[in-house]
Unconditional design. Structure first.
Length: 151
């Protein structure tokens, strides 16, 4: 027997599971809204569902909500709030959060000053991440550590 489900039906089931308090469904629903999967892209709804997942102490929710604050998607751009959320994610074992903290220091954000020394510090911590963020941290470190020549 093959089960076929429309995108709309899948979205409804996911929403029902999220409303029942299942934190995995909350995260997935938030990400669907963030990326426009199975539903129209809606950053405010994404922020809402990430916030709900955070209430359930879901570590990835802290990371993704931090990204929305850093970029100002669906909520007011705020680097300080992003940094707080990233640090909470990091304390809960999400190593990718170190890359995002380094990124905040590297590029700055609303309410958050650039600081090359601290960007390097956090990118070095992010090197422990074995995935994509670790590779990005390595690339940014190489760029930041390049000697500058003056004439």
């Amino acid at each position: 027997m093959q089960l076929k489900m429309t995108k709309e039906a899948c979205h409804r089931r996911l929403q029902r599971a999220a409303q029942q308090g299942k934190k995995g469904a909350m995260l997935l629903l938030a990400y669907c809204y963030q990326e426009g999967w199975y539903a129209k892209q809606d950053y405010k709804k994404a922020a809402y569902w990430y916030s709900e997942a955070i209430k359930k102490r879901e570590p990835i929710g802290f990371l993704f909500l931090g990204q929305l604050y850093q970029d100002g998607h669906g909520i007011k751009k705020d680097g300080r709030k992003a940094a707080i959320l990233y640090r909470k994610a990091l304390k809960m074992g999400v190593l990718a959060a170190a890359y995002h903290i380094g990124n905040l220091y590297d590029y700055g954000s609303t309410n958050f000053r650039r600081n090359k020394r601290l960007a390097i510090y956090w990118y070095r911590k992010a090197l422990w991440h074995k995935g994509y963020k670790g590779k990005l941290a390595q690339e940014r470190l190489a760029e930041l550590m390049k000697p500058t020549h003056t004439k």
